[in-house]
Design a binder for this molecule. Structure first.
Ligand code: C2E
Ligand code: CA
Ligand code: CA
Ligand code: CA
Length: 278
Protein backbone atom coordinates (compact mmCIF):
# COMPACT_ATOMS: atom_id res chain seq x y z
CA UNK A 1 0.00 0.00 0.00
CA UNK A 2 2.89 2.27 0.81
CA UNK A 3 4.50 1.66 -2.61
CA UNK A 4 1.25 2.42 -4.34
CA UNK A 5 0.87 5.67 -2.45
CA UNK A 6 4.31 6.71 -3.49
CA UNK A 7 3.63 5.95 -7.15
CA UNK A 8 0.42 7.90 -7.06
CA UNK A 9 2.26 10.78 -5.54
CA UNK A 10 4.89 10.68 -8.26
CA UNK A 11 2.28 10.47 -10.97
CA UNK A 12 0.38 13.37 -9.48
CA UNK A 13 3.57 15.36 -9.17
CA UNK A 14 4.60 14.87 -12.78
CA UNK A 15 1.10 15.78 -13.96
CA UNK A 16 1.28 18.93 -11.89
CA UNK A 17 4.60 19.75 -13.48
CA UNK A 18 3.26 19.31 -16.98
CA UNK A 19 0.21 21.40 -16.16
CA UNK A 20 2.34 24.23 -14.86
CA UNK A 21 4.71 23.91 -17.79
CA UNK A 22 1.75 24.17 -20.13
CA UNK A 23 0.62 27.26 -18.26
CA UNK A 24 4.04 28.86 -18.50
CA UNK A 25 4.20 28.17 -22.22
CA UNK A 26 0.71 29.51 -22.74
CA UNK A 27 1.52 32.61 -20.74
CA UNK A 28 4.63 33.47 -22.75
CA UNK A 29 2.83 32.61 -25.99
CA UNK A 30 -0.07 34.88 -25.08
CA UNK A 31 2.31 37.73 -24.23
CA UNK A 32 3.92 37.24 -27.60
CA UNK A 33 0.49 37.13 -29.25
CA UNK A 34 -0.34 40.53 -27.79
CA UNK A 35 3.01 42.03 -28.80
CA UNK A 36 2.90 40.53 -32.32
CA UNK A 37 -0.70 41.41 -33.13
CA UNK A 38 -1.80 37.78 -33.30
CA UNK A 39 -5.14 38.57 -31.68
CA UNK A 40 -8.09 39.64 -33.76
CA UNK A 41 -11.79 40.22 -33.31
CA UNK A 42 -14.71 38.54 -34.98
CA UNK A 43 -18.10 40.23 -34.90
CA UNK A 44 -21.41 38.48 -34.35
CA UNK A 45 -24.45 40.43 -35.54
CA UNK A 46 -27.41 41.05 -33.28
CA UNK A 47 -30.64 41.29 -35.22
CA UNK A 48 -34.06 42.69 -34.47
CA UNK A 49 -36.34 40.08 -36.02
CA UNK A 50 -39.35 42.39 -35.84
CA UNK A 51 -37.70 45.02 -38.07
CA UNK A 52 -35.13 42.84 -39.82
CA UNK A 53 -32.35 45.30 -38.94
CA UNK A 54 -28.89 44.76 -37.53
CA UNK A 55 -28.93 46.38 -34.08
CA UNK A 56 -25.35 45.70 -33.03
CA UNK A 57 -22.31 43.48 -33.15
CA UNK A 58 -20.58 41.59 -30.35
CA UNK A 59 -16.79 41.66 -30.60
CA UNK A 60 -15.28 38.26 -29.81
CA UNK A 61 -11.55 37.71 -29.60
CA UNK A 62 -9.68 35.06 -31.59
CA UNK A 63 -6.02 34.12 -31.66
CA UNK A 64 -4.34 33.60 -35.01
CA UNK A 65 -1.66 31.23 -33.75
CA UNK A 66 1.34 30.75 -36.07
CA UNK A 67 1.19 26.94 -35.77
CA UNK A 68 -2.19 26.11 -34.36
CA UNK A 69 -4.28 28.29 -36.64
CA UNK A 70 -7.32 30.20 -35.39
CA UNK A 71 -7.77 29.50 -31.67
CA UNK A 72 -11.16 30.07 -30.00
CA UNK A 73 -11.34 32.15 -26.81
CA UNK A 74 -12.46 29.14 -24.77
CA UNK A 75 -8.91 27.83 -25.13
CA UNK A 76 -7.14 30.84 -23.69
CA UNK A 77 -9.55 33.32 -22.05
CA UNK A 78 -10.01 31.22 -18.87
CA UNK A 79 -6.23 31.04 -18.55
CA UNK A 80 -5.90 34.76 -19.30
CA UNK A 81 -8.41 35.40 -16.50
CA UNK A 82 -6.36 33.38 -14.02
CA UNK A 83 -3.02 34.90 -14.98
CA UNK A 84 -4.26 38.49 -15.18
CA UNK A 85 -3.38 38.74 -18.87
CA UNK A 86 -7.08 39.32 -19.50
CA UNK A 87 -6.52 42.95 -18.52
CA UNK A 88 -4.17 43.89 -21.39
CA UNK A 89 -6.08 41.56 -23.74
CA UNK A 90 -9.38 43.17 -22.77
CA UNK A 91 -7.95 46.67 -23.17
CA UNK A 92 -6.72 45.74 -26.62
CA UNK A 93 -10.13 44.28 -27.55
CA UNK A 94 -11.93 47.39 -26.31
CA UNK A 95 -9.74 49.73 -28.31
CA UNK A 96 -9.81 47.58 -31.45
CA UNK A 97 -13.61 47.24 -31.35
CA UNK A 98 -14.03 51.02 -30.93
CA UNK A 99 -11.58 51.71 -33.75
CA UNK A 100 -13.36 49.24 -36.05
CA UNK A 101 -16.82 50.55 -35.29
CA UNK A 102 -15.69 54.14 -35.97
CA UNK A 103 -14.15 53.01 -39.26
CA UNK A 104 -17.41 51.31 -40.29
CA UNK A 105 -19.31 54.48 -39.53
CA UNK A 106 -16.85 56.59 -41.51
CA UNK A 107 -17.25 54.16 -44.43
CA UNK A 108 -21.02 54.71 -44.39
CA UNK A 109 -21.88 51.28 -42.96
CA UNK A 110 -24.25 50.55 -40.06
CA UNK A 111 -24.25 53.02 -37.19
CA UNK A 112 -24.91 50.54 -34.40
CA UNK A 113 -23.22 49.84 -31.06
CA UNK A 114 -20.39 47.36 -30.78
CA UNK A 115 -20.51 45.19 -27.64
CA UNK A 116 -17.30 44.39 -25.82
CA UNK A 117 -16.90 41.80 -23.07
CA UNK A 118 -15.46 43.12 -19.82
CA UNK A 119 -13.87 40.62 -17.50
CA UNK A 120 -14.35 41.07 -13.75
CA UNK A 121 -10.62 41.77 -13.53
CA UNK A 122 -11.07 44.76 -15.81
CA UNK A 123 -14.21 45.78 -13.96
CA UNK A 124 -12.20 45.94 -10.71
CA UNK A 125 -9.34 47.81 -12.34
CA UNK A 126 -8.37 51.22 -11.06
CA UNK A 127 -9.93 54.10 -13.01
CA UNK A 128 -11.74 51.91 -15.50
CA UNK A 129 -14.14 54.68 -16.44
CA UNK A 130 -11.32 57.14 -17.19
CA UNK A 131 -9.56 54.50 -19.29
CA UNK A 132 -12.70 53.84 -21.33
CA UNK A 133 -13.27 57.57 -21.76
CA UNK A 134 -9.73 57.91 -23.07
CA UNK A 135 -10.19 55.02 -25.51
CA UNK A 136 -13.37 56.63 -26.84
CA UNK A 137 -11.59 59.95 -27.34
CA UNK A 138 -8.58 58.30 -28.98
CA UNK A 139 -10.70 56.32 -31.45
CA UNK A 140 -13.29 59.05 -31.96
CA UNK A 141 -16.20 56.67 -31.33
CA UNK A 142 -19.35 58.19 -29.84
CA UNK A 143 -19.96 56.72 -26.35
CA UNK A 144 -23.48 55.64 -27.33
CA UNK A 145 -21.95 53.30 -29.92
CA UNK A 146 -20.15 51.26 -27.28
CA UNK A 147 -21.87 48.64 -25.15
CA UNK A 148 -20.10 46.93 -22.27
CA UNK A 149 -21.04 43.36 -21.42
CA UNK A 150 -20.48 42.52 -17.77
CA UNK A 151 -21.46 39.37 -15.93
CA UNK A 152 -23.44 39.01 -12.72
CA UNK A 153 -20.18 38.35 -10.88
CA UNK A 154 -19.34 42.04 -11.33
CA UNK A 155 -22.38 42.98 -9.25
CA UNK A 156 -21.33 41.12 -6.11
CA UNK A 157 -19.80 44.19 -4.48
CA UNK A 158 -22.99 46.22 -4.74
CA UNK A 159 -21.60 49.61 -3.72
CA UNK A 160 -18.56 49.39 -5.96
CA UNK A 161 -20.63 48.19 -8.93
CA UNK A 162 -23.30 50.81 -8.39
CA UNK A 163 -20.78 53.68 -8.32
CA UNK A 164 -18.87 52.41 -11.34
CA UNK A 165 -21.94 51.65 -13.44
CA UNK A 166 -23.41 55.08 -12.75
CA UNK A 167 -20.08 56.63 -13.70
CA UNK A 168 -20.01 54.61 -16.96
CA UNK A 169 -23.60 55.55 -17.65
CA UNK A 170 -22.65 59.22 -17.26
CA UNK A 171 -19.94 58.67 -19.84
CA UNK A 172 -22.74 57.64 -22.19
CA UNK A 173 -21.92 53.99 -22.86
CA UNK A 174 -24.50 51.20 -22.74
CA UNK A 175 -24.37 48.38 -20.22
CA UNK A 176 -25.63 44.86 -20.59
CA UNK A 177 -25.58 41.82 -18.33
CA UNK A 178 -24.09 38.84 -20.15
CA UNK A 179 -25.00 35.19 -19.52
CA UNK A 180 -27.97 36.41 -17.51
CA UNK A 181 -29.47 33.80 -15.22
CA UNK A 182 -26.30 31.78 -14.68
CA UNK A 183 -24.84 33.84 -11.83
CA UNK A 184 -25.73 33.84 -8.19
CA UNK A 185 -26.34 37.52 -7.71
CA UNK A 186 -29.50 38.88 -6.21
CA UNK A 187 -32.18 40.22 -8.51
CA UNK A 188 -32.53 43.33 -6.40
CA UNK A 189 -29.52 44.91 -8.09
CA UNK A 190 -31.45 45.09 -11.34
CA UNK A 191 -33.48 48.04 -10.19
CA UNK A 192 -30.58 49.80 -8.50
CA UNK A 193 -28.10 49.64 -11.35
CA UNK A 194 -28.35 51.53 -14.64
CA UNK A 195 -28.54 48.46 -16.87
CA UNK A 196 -29.76 48.78 -20.45
CA UNK A 197 -30.05 45.17 -21.53
CA UNK A 198 -30.11 41.58 -20.34
CA UNK A 199 -28.60 38.85 -22.47
CA UNK A 200 -30.41 35.57 -21.84
CA UNK A 201 -27.79 32.87 -21.53
CA UNK A 202 -27.47 30.26 -24.23
CA UNK A 203 -27.98 27.42 -21.75
CA UNK A 204 -31.64 28.47 -21.27
CA UNK A 205 -32.28 29.10 -24.94
CA UNK A 206 -30.81 25.74 -25.95
CA UNK A 207 -33.60 23.70 -24.38
CA UNK A 208 -36.63 26.01 -24.60
CA UNK A 209 -38.42 23.63 -26.95
CA UNK A 210 -37.86 20.53 -24.81
CA UNK A 211 -37.57 21.71 -21.21
CA UNK A 212 -40.66 23.48 -19.83
CA UNK A 213 -38.57 24.89 -16.97
CA UNK A 214 -36.21 26.61 -19.36
CA UNK A 215 -39.14 27.87 -21.40
CA UNK A 216 -40.68 29.31 -18.22
CA UNK A 217 -37.40 30.92 -17.16
CA UNK A 218 -36.90 32.54 -20.55
CA UNK A 219 -40.49 33.80 -20.68
CA UNK A 220 -40.10 35.23 -17.15
CA UNK A 221 -36.84 37.00 -17.95
CA UNK A 222 -38.46 38.59 -20.99
CA UNK A 223 -41.50 39.72 -18.98
CA UNK A 224 -39.28 41.09 -16.23
CA UNK A 225 -37.23 43.20 -18.65
CA UNK A 226 -40.45 44.67 -20.00
CA UNK A 227 -41.53 45.74 -16.51
CA UNK A 228 -38.08 47.11 -15.72
CA UNK A 229 -37.93 48.97 -19.04
CA UNK A 230 -34.84 47.17 -20.21
CA UNK A 231 -33.94 45.60 -23.49
CA UNK A 232 -33.53 41.85 -23.77
CA UNK A 233 -31.59 39.74 -26.25
CA UNK A 234 -31.49 35.97 -26.58
CA UNK A 235 -28.10 34.35 -27.12
CA UNK A 236 -27.31 31.09 -28.84
CA UNK A 237 -30.40 30.88 -31.04
CA UNK A 238 -29.80 27.96 -33.38
CA UNK A 239 -33.20 26.95 -34.76
CA UNK A 240 -36.29 28.36 -36.39
CA UNK A 241 -38.42 26.94 -33.51
CA UNK A 242 -36.37 28.79 -30.89
CA UNK A 243 -36.67 31.97 -32.92
CA UNK A 244 -40.45 31.56 -33.12
CA UNK A 245 -40.76 30.89 -29.39
CA UNK A 246 -38.77 34.04 -28.62
CA UNK A 247 -40.77 36.10 -31.11
CA UNK A 248 -44.05 34.84 -29.65
CA UNK A 249 -42.79 35.81 -26.20
CA UNK A 250 -41.90 39.35 -27.34
CA UNK A 251 -38.14 38.92 -27.43
CA UNK A 252 -37.15 40.47 -30.74
CA UNK A 253 -33.41 40.84 -30.37
CA UNK A 254 -31.58 37.71 -31.41
CA UNK A 255 -27.97 36.60 -31.52
CA UNK A 256 -27.08 33.10 -32.65
CA UNK A 257 -25.85 30.72 -35.29
CA UNK A 258 -29.34 30.50 -36.80
CA UNK A 259 -28.88 34.08 -38.04
CA UNK A 260 -25.08 34.29 -38.19
CA UNK A 261 -21.93 33.04 -36.47
CA UNK A 262 -19.26 35.56 -35.42
CA UNK A 263 -17.79 36.95 -38.66
CA UNK A 264 -14.35 38.08 -39.78
CA UNK A 265 -14.28 41.80 -40.66
CA UNK A 266 -14.75 41.42 -44.46
CA UNK A 267 -17.75 39.10 -43.93
CA UNK A 268 -19.29 41.45 -41.37
CA UNK A 269 -18.94 44.26 -43.91
CA UNK A 270 -20.61 42.16 -46.62
CA UNK A 271 -23.49 41.44 -44.28
CA UNK A 272 -23.95 45.14 -43.48
CA UNK A 273 -24.04 45.98 -47.18
CA UNK A 274 -26.63 43.26 -47.78
CA UNK A 275 -28.80 44.54 -44.96
CA UNK A 276 -28.57 48.18 -45.94
CA UNK A 277 -29.46 47.27 -49.54
CA UNK A 278 -32.80 45.81 -48.35
P1 C2E B 1 -19.90 35.04 -24.59
O1 C2E B 1 -19.57 36.43 -24.22
O2 C2E B 1 -21.10 34.43 -23.95
O3 C2E B 1 -20.02 35.05 -26.18
C1 C2E B 1 -20.93 34.29 -26.93
C2 C2E B 1 -20.31 32.98 -27.35
O4 C2E B 1 -21.34 32.13 -27.85
C3 C2E B 1 -19.31 33.12 -28.51
O5 C2E B 1 -18.32 32.11 -28.35
C4 C2E B 1 -20.17 32.81 -29.72
O6 C2E B 1 -19.44 32.34 -30.83
C5 C2E B 1 -21.03 31.73 -29.16
N1 C2E B 1 -22.30 31.59 -29.88
C6 C2E B 1 -23.02 32.56 -30.48
N2 C2E B 1 -24.15 32.10 -31.02
C7 C2E B 1 -24.15 30.76 -30.77
C8 C2E B 1 -25.06 29.69 -31.09
O7 C2E B 1 -26.10 29.86 -31.71
N3 C2E B 1 -24.73 28.44 -30.65
C9 C2E B 1 -23.57 28.20 -29.95
N4 C2E B 1 -23.33 26.95 -29.56
N5 C2E B 1 -22.70 29.19 -29.63
C10 C2E B 1 -22.99 30.45 -30.04
P2 C2E B 1 -16.78 32.45 -28.45
O8 C2E B 1 -16.54 33.50 -29.50
O9 C2E B 1 -16.07 31.15 -28.56
O10 C2E B 1 -16.47 33.13 -27.06
C11 C2E B 1 -16.56 32.39 -25.86
C12 C2E B 1 -16.43 33.27 -24.65
O11 C2E B 1 -15.12 33.84 -24.56
C13 C2E B 1 -17.36 34.46 -24.65
O12 C2E B 1 -18.65 34.05 -24.29
C14 C2E B 1 -16.69 35.34 -23.60
O13 C2E B 1 -17.03 34.89 -22.31
C15 C2E B 1 -15.23 35.05 -23.86
N6 C2E B 1 -14.67 36.16 -24.66
C16 C2E B 1 -14.57 36.29 -26.00
N7 C2E B 1 -13.98 37.46 -26.33
C17 C2E B 1 -13.70 38.09 -25.16
C18 C2E B 1 -13.09 39.36 -24.82
O14 C2E B 1 -12.68 40.17 -25.67
N8 C2E B 1 -12.98 39.64 -23.48
C19 C2E B 1 -13.42 38.79 -22.52
N9 C2E B 1 -13.28 39.14 -21.22
N10 C2E B 1 -14.00 37.61 -22.80
C20 C2E B 1 -14.14 37.26 -24.11
CA1 CA C 1 -20.65 38.28 -24.24
CA1 CA D 1 -23.01 35.33 -23.26
CA1 CA E 1 -20.06 33.08 -21.51
Amino acid sequence: AKEKGKNNYQLFNSEMKSVSLKRLTLESELRRALANNELLLHYQPQINIATGRIVGFEALVRWQHPERGLVAPGEFIPFAEDSGLIVPIGEWALKEACRQNKQWQDAGLEVVPVSVNLSIRQFMQHQLCARIGRTLRETGLAPGLLELEITESCTMDVDYASDLLHELKKLGVKISIDDFGTGYSSLSYLKKFPIDKLKIDRSFVRDIMTDPNDAAIVASIIAMTRHLNMEVIAEGVETEEQLRFLHDNQCHLIQGFYLSPPLAVPDAECLMKLYSAQ
